[in-house]
Design a protein around this ligand. Structure first.
Ligand code: BGC
Length: 733
């Protein structure tokens, strides 16, 4: 009897547990495959609940389904640090006291490191900060190509070369997404200027699109496995990129098999039909104009809100369209917030400072260094004059959506004083730029001449002068929403530099900028350093390089033209840049950056890939495994680099390919590989690189295919695009 009761009890328990199991919705079971969870969640949602997931509910978030325990999606800028919390429906900071982040170097600096390992460290660290702040999506990285030196947002991107930006973006994404935070690769596509960014209609050949403007996005999707991508503001062939059939449906989702979410740029959506049909999944920021205007229509009036719902109910739009969008958003949620493996993140940790410092040190570029001006060891000089506003100005504030509220920022002046001692550093501002506010230009009523005079007095009696200037994050400088007006240094800096040179010949220029500038004084200045925007550790990084504790190893990710007209896009006149107000034609085609300078035989001021070291390197003769290759084979290239100087250093070997004879126009050379090597003084290291021949082709507009032509190719090995050290010829059949 007793046994019978026990048996009965056990059977009841078993049945109950089976029942409970059967009741547990599959989408909550983290052990189930994500696709099954999506299918299950979708089957439980009403039409209204699904539509609600496709548009914003606040400035930076979109709804989940509370009834089913599906969380909201929280996005946040940006590529260089985690932006402060803002009010629900405003751009302005909410005044939290626990959201001051680590600022990492701008992406131009990361690209200049030519070191994918740095991109991984970067992604991991910023991803941890995003996770700690409970963000689902980090709005970055940006990989728009550096087409002109006037683009106000170049500092947020990775330079002019599609191969370099592809190699750097992939590890960044992997680093971020390890944290259960999605990246949002932006701005897809052809958002290569800020002027008229909301509307300009870009016309570009298929060939330039495929060879120059898309590769980094493609790598981000196919290799980086990015979980979301941001449609850009501009139009391409008459359709806004946030709902552009060719870019989103055909290329991104069909060709590249992107399974993530297409998020609109804030205010980049313009109608319901196109956003329903042309590949957009999540609409953000409608009725806001970039960073200036707050919302004017309620969230239910968004194009993918009530108007979409109405169209779905009337049968105008197929529910399959909606299900595809929601599946993608659910997939993103299951990959991030609802993933059981999601780590917890870290915020402003010592490891993040270390990462920021290391990346900054590897990205700083020594452009010129005559008579060993640098390094300046501690104790070499009694009096070092530091002149220039950027020695003290915060360069993490301003610039638009990438502006940051930081836990700390070491300025160059602070870094220099810490290293050399306050008795050896004298500072004078020299010039003034005014405050930094989005979309506004301020002039200053300070007496410019008196600023120059004070700086000159200090320079006169100093052993050496470090001028720390450049651009900043003001309107019409390196800032979102506007392009620069000229290539020249702003705020009277050229006049100031000349005045300093009149009293002291030992003037070095340290440029903080994300863009090239003209240098009318270049022949008189013995040393020039490209210092980017380096974030929280800025002052420590530059001081370590100037003092010689760190040997510089950064290389330029874009060319510096001598004058504006030397730039390809600008040389074709207004329609080519900035457009006629409606349309813009990329008349230079594939000849962007060094591809243009090389092919047209125009000498740049500083070439792509240029960057000096405190030591020198010698390249040995390269050898290849064969001389003749089939199109599916790879060339195995072996050579060594010797550090022939007295200090250890790092060299970036750059491998370019040149098609000796082609039926179509080809650039003189194209970067196909690079490798950064740390080498001790007097030591050699061997470099082994595999070059797949199938990557040497061009995109044929007519056949819509990549084609590698048979014939002779030259493999060029260089220390920059203009400093080719070795060559080897191979035959492709
Ligand atoms: C920018 C994006 C940014 C978004 C949200 C837009 O104006 O173009 O890059 O992520 O605002 O701040």
């Amino acid at each position: 009897m007793k046994n019978g009761i026990i048996n009965f009890g056990i059977i009841c328990l078993l049945l109950c547990s089976i029942f409970v199991k059967a009741q547990k919705p599959i989408y909550l079971d983290v052990n189930q495959p994500i696709e099954k969870r999506i299918e299950n969640a979708l089957s439980l949602m009403t039409l209204e609940e699904k539509v609600q997931m496709c548009h914003a509910q606040s400035k930076f978030s979109s709804k989940g389904v509370p009834r089913l325990g599906i969380p909201e999606v929280w996005t946040d800028d940006g590529p260089h640090g985690i932006r402060e919390e803002v009010f629900w429906d405003k751009w302005s900071g909410a005044g939290w006291t626990n959201d001051s982040c680590t600022a990492f170097p701008a992406l131009t600096c990361l690209a200049a490191s030519f070191n994918p390992q740095m991109a991984l460290i970067y992604g991991k660290a910023i991803g941890e900060e995003a996770r700690y702040r409970n963000k689902t999506v980090l709005l970055g990285p940006g990989v728009n190509i550096y087409r002109t030196p006037l683009n106000g947002r170049n500092f947020e991107y990775m330079g002019e070369d599609p191969y370099l930006s592809s190699r750097m973006v992939v590890p960044y994404i992997q680093g971020v997404q390890q944290n259960g935070v999605a990246v949002c690769v932006k701005h897809f596509a052809l958002n290569n200027q800020e002027e008229n960014r909301m509307s300009i209609n870009v016309k570009v050949s298929d060939r330039a699109l495929r060879e120059i403007y898309l590769p980094a996005f493609k790598a981000a999707v196919e290799e980086g496995k990015a979980w979301s991508i941001m449609g850009s503001y501009n139009q391409f062939r008459g359709e806004h990129c946030c709902h552009n059939d060719l870019l989103l449906n055909k290329i991104l989702k069909t060709e590249w098999k992107f399974d993530g979410v297409v998020i609109s740029d804030w205010g980049g959506v313009h109608n319901t039909d196109q956003s329903a049909n042309n590949g957009l999944d999540l609409e953000m920021g409608t009725s806001t104009n970039g960073l200036t205007t707050n919302g004017t229509s309620s969230y239910s009036e968004y194009y993918l809100a009530d108007p979409f719902l109405k169209g779905l109910k009337s049968g105008k739009y197929n529910e399959q369209l909606l299900n595809d969008k929601v599946s993608r958003i659910l997939r993103l949620i299951f990959r991030t917030t609802m993933s059981a493996d999601r780590p917890f993140g870290k915020f402003v940790s010592p490891e993040h400072s270390e990462a920021a410092l290391k990346i900054a040190e590897e990205g700083i570029v020594l452009l010129k260094n005559e008579k060993q001006f640098f390094p300046i060891p501690v104790g070499k000089y009694q009096k070092i004059a530091v002149i220039g506003e950027n020695a003290t100005r915060s360069l993490v504030i301003g610039g638009g959506s990438s502006s940051l509220k930081v836990a700390y920022e070491v300025s160059p002046l602070q870094g220099l004083i810490k290293k050399y001692g306050k008795d050896h550093i004298i500072y004078s501002q020299g010039y003034i730029s005014g405050k930094s506010e989005y979309g506004k230009e301020f002039s200053s009523d300070a007496n410019v001449d008196s600023l120059i005079n004070s700086a000159v007095e200090i320079a006169r009696n100093a052993d050496v002068v470090l001028f720390i200037g450049g651009l900043n994050k003001n309107h019409f400088q390196d800032a979102e929403g506007s392009d620069r007006k000229t290539l020249d240094l702003p705020f009277g800096q050229n006049k100031l530099i000349s005045a300093l040179l009149n009293v002291n010949k030992n003037v070095a220029v340290i440029l903080c900028s994300g863009n090239a500038v003209s240098m009318p004084w270049i022949n008189k200045i013995p040393a020039i350093v490209q210092n980017w925007y380096l974030g929280s550790e800025a002052g420590n990084a530059i001081t370590n390089v100037l003092s010689g504790d760190i040997n510089p190893s950064g290389k330029l990710p874009f060319s510096f033209p001598k004058k504006l007209d030397d730039n390809a896009a600008l040389s074709f006149g207004q329609l080519s840049y900035p457009g006629d107000g409606t349309n813009e034609e990329y008349k230079e085609g594939i000849l962007v950056g060094y591809r243009w300078f090389d092919t047209k035989k125009i000498a740049p001021l500083f070439a792509f890939g240029h960057g000096l070291s405190y030591t020198s390197f010698e390249y040995s003769k390269p050898v290849t495994n064969k001389t003749k290759y089939g199109k599916e084979e790879s060339v195995k290239l072996i050579f060594s680099i010797k550090n022939i100087g007295k200090v250890k250093g790092a060299e970036v070997a750059q491998i370019y390919i040149s098609d000796n004879k082609s039926t179509v126009i080809r650039p003189l050379k194209e970067l196909k590989a690079f490798k950064k090597m740390n080498i001790e003084a007097n030591q050699s290291r061997q470099v082994e690189i595999s070059l797949p021949v199938k990557e040497w082709g061009f995109f044929n507009d007519k056949t819509q295919n990549w084609e590698v032509e048979s014939g002779k190719y030259t493999i060029l090995i260089g220390s920059s695009s203009a400093d080719i050290r070795q060559r080897v010829s191979v035959q492709v059949n």
